[in-house]
Design a protein around this ligand. Structure first.
Ligand SMILES: [Zn+2]
Length: 181
């Protein structure tokens, strides 16, 4: 594992909110579930081409697993590794099957509206950074456990792991320059 020499920035992300950071190749990000049972929807974009982004469906076929384990990368829709999981002290369950929650999901669940959602949090961060997206993009659901039964069904009671203070590390790892001609 790359040695951590200096923490450049710490961001506390309160429940139901989002945050974003810009990373260069080789930089590390640690995401910590401070209280446990707190999922974290994680997106990653190519700064130079926002239409290239971390894509669970491309990742799964690239690593032939349902989600990355330590040493595995997550891949973009251009089939390039974007982040690599270099350490994981959580229970290690990080779903790549489910769409991010959004207002319509909470409406269907009968929740009181308006309700904060991961998709809205993403859109807020996108706006703050002056980015534009051409569609709805789905995340990597960190600290989230949705086991799939052998008959293809998913238990409805699935929920977040009890990660408590489990940190993990992800390094940006573009395999070639992001610019293209
Ligand atoms: Zn959510």
């Amino acid at each position: 594992m790359p040695a951590l020499t200096k923490v450049e920035r710490t961001i506390h992300v309160p429940a139901r909110t989002g945050a974003s950071v810009e990373l260069k190749k080789g930089q590390l990000i640690r995401i910590t579930d401070l209280k446990g049972a707190q999922p974290c929807d994680f997106w990653a974009f190519n700064k130079n081409d926002h239409w290239e982004f971390l894509a669970p469906e491309y990742t799964k076929v690239s690593i032939m697993k349902t989600y990355p384990r330590v040493g595995d990368a997550a891949y973009t829709n251009h089939r390039r590794p974007v982040v690599t999981l270099v350490e994981d002290r959580s229970p290690g369950q990080h779903d790549m099957e489910f769409a991010a929650c959004d207002e319509e999901r909470y409406r269907q669940l009968g929740a009181k509206l308006p309700h904060a959602s991961c998709q809205d949090n993403l859109q807020n961060e996108i706006k703050k950074r002056g980015m534009t997206l051409k569609g709805i993009i789905q995340p990597w659901n960190l600290f989230t456990n949705f086991p799939i039964f052998s008959d293809g069904t998913i238990p409805t009671a699935s929920r977040a792991t009890t990660a408590r203070s489990a940190p993990r590390w992800i390094a940006s790892s573009w395999s070639r320059p992001a610019h293209r001609t």
